[in-house]
Design a protein around this ligand. Sequence first.
Ligand SMILES: Nc1nc2c(ncn2[C@@H]2O[C@H](COP(=O)(O)OP(=O)(O)OP(=O)(O)O)[C@@H](O)[C@H]2O)c(=O)[nH]1
Ligand SMILES: [Mg+2]
Length: 285
Amino acid sequence: MNDLKKHNILIIGGPNTGKTHFGIQLYERINSRQFEFKIDPKNRPSDLSIFDDGLKNIYNGKRAAHTETGANRSIELVITDEKKSEVKLAFPDYAGEQITSIVENRQVNDLWRNYIDNSTSWVLFIRLNELTPLEDIVNKGIPSAEEIQKRNSQPPPVKVSEAAFFIELLQTLAYIKGLSTFSPIGQPNLTVVLSCWDELETSEDQVPSTLLQEMLPMLFNFLNNNWKKESLSILGLSSTERSLTDEPDEDFIEREPINFGYFIDKSGKRQQDLTLSIRDFIGHE
Ligand SMILES: Nc1nc2c(ncn2[C@@H]2O[C@H](COP(=O)(O)OP(=O)(O)OP(=O)(O)O)[C@@H](O)[C@H]2O)c(=O)[nH]1
Ligand SMILES: [Mg+2]
């Protein structure tokens, strides 16, 4: 079997969830060859335009720009681990609105059909801090009679909860990939990444899956019911350790972007080597 075709990781995430910053920070690390996963110089992509602007920004202590709607750039990185086995990371950088539109329109275009067909691992970015909790049966009791009357006179806009959004998204992707939901899914391997972890007020050894269970219980149950245990991981991620803005952050410049960023592994341990997250993305062999 051709090793290069073995792993194909697809990053899936709505607007503003941190996809681009993760791509940049991960790229810098594999390129530096100081971490577990590396880019072999012979595999270095010739066209890096996908990360160019963002890289320039973060080296100036500023955030990278929002990916333009309509931009569909992707980069394929062939990465080698300590044992010299190769992983192909297909990293698309698209505007997160495309994900929103998959759910809203229940439709994908040919480009997305390709991404989905070719992928062997899905990495779903969720930024818990930006979720708007909608009241539902899981997190709220029954409202008072007065409250009910108020609501009846003012019908709220119809909107699905965040949990329902992610479930709908995963079901749509699974359907397109032709997966049966009669038995738990083993492939694609699924990693849920709780991004911008530094924004969350968590205790030192907070386990990411416990946090997801608290914040989005319905999604948590869906994941556990539909994915095989060994094909599902839930991680925390902070690509920049802080919120960069359009004003230069001097400390970030001085200490260099490569020294910022970590992820929280399944057991709640902080890992400074961002490239190790790739191991979870790939999943069990
Ligand atoms: N605090 C904090 N902020 C982050 C982190 N990663 C990204 N951000 C911020 O979150 C915002 C969105 O990050 P992007 O990487 O552009 O998100 P994206 O998913 O590519 O967004 P679109 O291109 O709009 O789809 C930016 O303002 C970043 O500075 C992080 O680890 N911590
Ligand atoms: Mg982006």
